[in-house]
Design a protein around this ligand. Structure first.
Ligand SMILES: Nc1ncnc2c1ncn2[C@@H]1O[C@H](COP(=O)(O)OP(=O)(O)O)[C@@H](O)[C@H]1O
Ligand SMILES: [Mg+2]
Length: 496
């Protein structure tokens, strides 16, 4: 009798893959993750500068370049580089992995991929894959060397360097097809924003350490003119002004092979910064931030260790993958997520420090979130400030205090005030006026601007905001006003 846990075999047949399978290659890549894969290659090649360039013709985007000043691809190496799944030996710090990124990222978006490259010994080389050629028997085109030379002489930053590589996409399927200026502008602006966010996040460590600089621009082929380049800035998901809890971040040990560490952070509650929001609901970004060689692979998510929960939104954990972790932690092909095996998930669950466990951390995260909510509920609502304060202060106030709905904001400005007192309030006009005679003393400068003296204005706002509420000024309010006026006027004069 045959046991059913063994599948019986009689013989073997060879089934070659159909080249048409290439159609499905890279389809899970959106444009930002595809370009991140190309930037990985540039960084592996030691590039200091990467330029992403969109080319516009007849009011339509027609081509894309990713150009770097890395060490380039030699004519001996280019065939392997263009081979789908062609892996080479990787150094310890490299971002390459599957031998697939360049081809998958490109075919996911374009029907034509051209690679031209120059190396420091002065040689030029180039190959082109068209989706059609690849599908009819993996036929790859050899690019004319003069063309390679011309391209490399015109595209920065390769143009200004001895070596470098251009990745060029033509027939890009994911660009809008209409010849419409407004539609093209809209797409371009949105795409640049998405790219800055994604690349800024994925490469935030490398950008902050100035390992690489990434610029995005647009070339208008009809006008023969380049628009201004937009830099990708580091977007650090751990960049809070101060920790949400004085004892954090805390480090836990993961008993895995090789061993890992969890650096557990707690964000301060209710942050409105880009670094916390990451352009989404904050509860979407809790969990593990997994890095491989300084590149962020996964931005949040608990990988089956626990479930997402609203009250864990302040919890973010740094995991740096150790060399040799590949046996237990795989990357998905888009390099946007790790796929840990069961033993690694268990090791994560059991991560601990001295008398401190992963569960304790989660408890602290929940408690902090709850405290933040309670504090918010107990605080009285306020009339928000209007003109006169810098945006950063208004943002901070919005984070801490909830506004009373449908109230005209309070403008804070310098102006004429009767007598020598520091300020005056006009409840009906919703104005807090600072005595302009003290402006130079307070700001230390004779030329003022709308949002000057933020410290004094903010303190005054916090002091008097309550007076603007309600229909009349009670005796308590009047007495407070008298108190503040006499003390603060003495103070500003002492500063004179
Ligand atoms: N910008 C570049 N500069 C130098 N070499 C490159 C560049 N892009 C790709 N390559 C070469 O092509 C190879 C294949 O790239 P890719 O398909 O992304 O796979 P992987 O990065 O996993 O090796 C790389 O290993 C590298 O040798
Ligand atoms: Mg790669």
């Amino acid at each position: 009798m045959i046991k059913d846990d063994q599948v019986p075999i009689t013989s073997r047949v060879t089934l070659q893959p159909d080249p048409r399978l290439l159609r499905s290659l890279g389809r899970n890549h959106d444009l930002p993750s595809a370009l991140a894969d190309l930037v990985d290659n540039s960084i592996d090649a030691g590039a200091r500068h990467v330029r992403i360039r969109f080319v516009r013709r007849d009011n339509r985007l027609v081509r894309l370049y990713v150009t770097d000043d890395g060490r380039g691809i030699s004519s001996a190496a280019i065939n392997t580089a263009m081979t789908i799944g062609g892996v080479r030996r990787y150094g310890p710090g490299e971002l390459g992995h599957f031998g697939l990124g360049l081809k998958a990222a490109s075919f996911g978006h374009a029907d034509e991929l051209t690679v031209v490259s120059k190396t420091a010994d002065g040689s030029y080389t180039g190959r082109r894959w068209t989706l059609e050629g690849a599908q009819s028997g993996f036929e790859c085109d050899v690019v004319d060397q003069d063309f390679a030379r011309r391209e490399l002489a015109t595209q920065p930053p390769a143009a200004g360097n001895d070596s470098g590589t251009i990745i060029r996409w033509d027939s890009v399927r994911t660009f809008p097809v209409v010849h419409d200026e407004r539609e093209t502008n809209r797409f371009f602006t949105e795409t640049v924003e998405k790219l800055r966010r994604h690349l800024g996040l994925v490469f935030h460590r490398l950008l902050a350490a100035k390992v690489v600089e990434i610029l995005i621009d647009e070339f208008d082929a009809d006008m023969d003119a380049v628009g201004s380049a937009v830099p990708v800035e580091s977007l650090d998901p751990f960049d809070y002004a101060h920790s949400g809890h004085p004892e954090y971040p805390k480090t836990l040990q993961v008993v895995s092979d090789p061993p890992h560490q969890l650096v557990c952070h707690l964000w301060p509650p209710r942050s409105t910064t880009r670094q916390f929001r990451l352009n989404d609901r904050p509860e979407r970004h809790q969990g593990f931030y997994v890095y491989r060689n300084g590149r962020l692979i996964q931005a949040g998510g608990w990988n089956g260790v626990i479930h997402d929960a609203k009250d864990l939104q302040l919890a973010r954990v740094v995991v740096d993958l150790a060399p040799g972790s590949e046996a237990h932690v795989r990357l998905n092909p888009e390099k946007s997520r790790i796929e840990p095996d069961e033993s690694f998930v268990r090791a994560l669950q059991q991560a601990a420090g001295e008398d401190f466990t992963f569960d304790d951390y989660l408890d602290d995260a929940r408690a902090l979130y709850k405290r933040g909510r309670r504090r918010e509920a107990q605080r009285p609502r306020v009339i928000p400030p209007g003109r006169g304060l810098p945006p950063a202060v208004k943002r901070a106030l919005r984070t801490e205090l909830r506004p009373i709905p449908n109230e005209e904001p309070i403008d804070i400005r310098w102006g004429r005030v009767d007598g020598d007192v520091l300020f005056d309030i006009d409840r009906d006009a919703r104005q807090l006026t600072l005595n302009r005679n003290y402006r130079t003393v307070v700001t230390g400068s004779t030329t003022g601007s709308l949002n000057d003296a933020p410290l004094v204005k903010t303190c005054l706002y916090l002091l008097v905001e309550n007076i603007f509420q309600g229909h009349y000024m009670g005796s308590r309010d009047k007495d407070n006003m008298d108190l503040w006026q006499s003390v603060l006027t003495a103070a500003v004069r002492a500063q004179q």
